[in-house]
Design a protein around this ligand. Structure first.
Ligand SMILES: Nc1ncnc2c1ncn2[C@@H]1O[C@H](COP(=O)(O)OP(=O)(O)OP(=O)(O)O)[C@@H](O)[C@H]1O
Length: 616
């Protein structure tokens, strides 16, 4: 009986040489094998035998490659029936192996884990798909909708480059939403509706409560996007910062002086600073009552108390930013004017997503366009490297988003702006526009090195400025350290919102009371924020210093020793491979950029706007 090791079955014959060649040929691949042709003529058999060895070599290597893929996909159960499960001998059924489910292989597990972590890495391809194709349509089915006639316009709240904002209310009174905010926006309104809907589904607490957005066309004004939010409150952080009372004007908003009924029936008071995520306990419910009754108790004023209020604002701002960044949205216009105090939730929230960009799908990613407020913009101006000049199409953007995110760390743009807000809160002298512009110039002159800036201004600092340094130096300078890790020239060296939230600056007890684990965490944050290029420069300088050990340089003998242990020049073959790999890498980047540019025609970049409801 002919056996399977004929090589006639291209690919598969080679794959299973060891196991197949002892089995009856008829048990494999049945009809596809031309058994007759092989056994009919002797000549054919001879030709077969002489080519057998050659075929065996070819098939053996092909077999190895196939085996690798076979093993890989076996782990995740992909392939033809008999390649993903053991079929045994179909004649003698008793030889069939007992089923033990899907075989798990190490490469299969690695592949599956790698794929999963790529799909879940920031900005999150998999959650993005779920959001877009499941949550968004579901939400559209159930959420309340509004039209022009449902809305009564009130006073104008502001007018910006992207539209006019009004206070508004509903024609039919609603118990939930009395006061609303309406923005009539230009073409960018479409982007803002998209961003607000995404935020409402992914991190509702980060931004103002968004109700609805639609396209409204009037013969007089043409097409306009109408966006509706809940009215969160009267004060933005900019309004609060302008007051001489800052931060105590915020203190009275965020601090509850709660009443504690002690066991002997006496009422004593204590202060609670409400953080996002804190739950009101029974005792603090009493404090709401106390607030309504106007029985607010004043704690002593001073640096410590101011520091605590600023800490609370920074934590709330970073919390909101972390929500946006973890879902792939970069705001690009973080400034005190766009941070509003929500009177209901008693937290600061972000508003104005008109300049935001959704990097999960590449929406509104127009780096060439200058949209940024220069007072708060990070030095890089663009959130993505100019090597990646414009937004890719949806599938390309989605597939590449984790890579582009890691390459550019676009979220650090917002962190720089938040750092400047922190600076303005700590230094009253830097709160005015002109003072901030001057500070920006000084910092640029110091090459964005805050320590260098401090050295130049501190000796001749005004009492206001000195007070700011004192505040940041509390608890062993932990506030100054956080500020420095936010305001840095290179985006890659800035701390992320998530890491900043874990910074010991936010530990209520201060740095001196840090536990062992907390100290370790601080060391880790410091290590990841280190500018290693400076360390490298230092080593090079040290090496370049000719002379003696006494001067801090290496001696000639030491340099000679180092030369000897230095790696020898790579062989030319290796260097050629390296050069080709680099050329290939450059070519891939160029090709991606070109296709990205090509795909970024305006027609294509507004694909999402067809999902925005139009008024009938
Ligand atoms: N949800 C809200 N609740 C209360 N007030 C709000 C809300 N949204 C916006 N405002 C108020 O309206 C003002 C303008 O809002 P917004 O910044 O979104 O408009 P804009 O047209 O983009 O303005 P600009 O271009 O100046 O930033 C804000 O400064 C704030 O005072």
């Amino acid at each position: 009986m002919a056996t399977v090791a004929t090589g006639t079955c291209v690919g598969l014959g080679g794959v299973k040489l060891q196991s197949f060649n002892t089995k009856p040929l008829s048990s494999f691949l049945g009809k596809k094998l031309n058994i007759k042709n092989l056994s009919k003529s002797r000549g054919a058999n001879e030709r077969y035998s002489t080519s057998k060895a050659r075929n065996m070599v070819v098939f053996a290597s092909a077999g190895e490659i196939f085996n690798l893929f076979h093993d890989l996909f076996l782990g995740v159960g992909v392939g033809l029936p008999c390649t993903v499960m053991e079929c045994g001998d179909i004649i003698y059924r008793s030889t069939l192996p007992k089923s033990n489910g899907i075989a798990v292989t190490v490469p299969g597990v690695i592949l599956a884990l790698g794929t999963l972590s790529y799909l879940w890495a920031t900005p999150g391809v998999a959650p993005g798909f779920f959001d877009m194709f499941v949550l968004a349509p579901l939400e559209r089915l159930f959420r309340p909708t509004y039209k022009k006639d449902d809305i009564v316009l009130g006073k104008k709240l502001g007018e910006g480059s992207f539209g006019v904002v009004y206070k508004a209310s509903l024609a039919k009174k609603s118990s939930k939403y009395n006061d609303l905010v309406l923005k009539k926006a230009t073409e960018y309104g479409a982007v803002e509706i998209w961003m607000n809907e995404r935020v409402r589904r992914a991190c509702a607490n980060s931004c103002a409560d968004f109700l609805y957005g639609f396209l409204e066309s009037s013969p007089k004004r043409g097409a306009e996007y109408w966006l509706l939010w809940k009215f969160e409150g009267e004060s933005t952080l900019a309004d609060l910062l302008q007051s001489k009372e800052f931060p105590y004007n915020v203190g009275s908003l965020t601090e509850y002086h709660s009443l504690l009924v002690t066991s002997n029936g006496n009422i004593s008071s204590f202060e609670v600073v409400i953080d996002p995520g804190d739950h009101l306990l029974d005792a603090t419910m009493l404090s709401v009552e106390a607030l309504i009754l106007g029985e607010v108790l004043d704690a002593p004023r001073g640096l410590e108390r101011e520091n605590r209020i600023i800490q609370t604002i920074m934590r709330q701002l970073l919390f909101a930013l972390e929500g946006l960044h973890s879902t792939g949205i970069v705001h690009r216009d973080i400034k005190p004017q766009n941070v509003i105090f929500s009177e209901d939730s008693r937290t600061f929230k972000i508003i104005d997503l008109g300049a935001a960009t959704d990097l999960r799908v590449g929406i509104n990613y127009i780096p060439k366009e200058f949209l940024l407020d220069p007072r708060y913009a990070a030095p890089e101006q663009y959130i993505m490297s100019t090597q990646t000049p414009s937004a890719p199409s949806l599938p390309v953007a989605t597939a590449l988003s984790p890579v582009l995110w890691q390459l550019n760390l676009p979220d650090r743009f917002d962190i720089y702006s938040a750092g400047l807000i922190f600076l303005q809160m700590a230094f009253p002298a830097l709160r005015s526009n002109s003072a901030l512009i001057q500070f920006n110039r000084q910092l640029k002159r110091c090459e964005y090195d805050l320590t260098a800036w401090r050295k130049t201004v501190e000796p001749r600092a005004s009492p206001d400025l000195r007070r700011g340094f004192e505040l940041l130096d509390l608890d062993g300078g932990i506030g100054w350290e956080l500020l420095m890790s936010m305001v840095r020239y290179k985006a890659r060296k800035r701390i992320s919102a998530k890491a900043a939230l874990a910074h010991p600056y936010f530990d209520k007890e201060g740095q001196l009371a840090l536990s062992f684990v907390q100290s370790l965490r601080l060391q880790l944050i410091r290590a990841t924020q280190q500018d290693y290029s400076d360390a490298a420069k230092w080593v090079i300088q040290l090496m370049a210093k000719s002379g003696t050990q006494k001067d801090g340089g290496f001696t000639e003998a030491q340099l000679q020793e180092l030369k000897e242990v230095a790696p020898k020049k790579k062989p030319s073959m290796e260097r050629n491979v390296l050069a080709s790999a680099l050329r290939l890498q450059r070519k891939i980047i160029r090709t991606i950029n070109e296709s990205v540019d090509e795909l970024n025609e305006r027609r294509k970049s507004l694909w999402w706007s067809k999902w925005i409801p139009r008024e009938e």
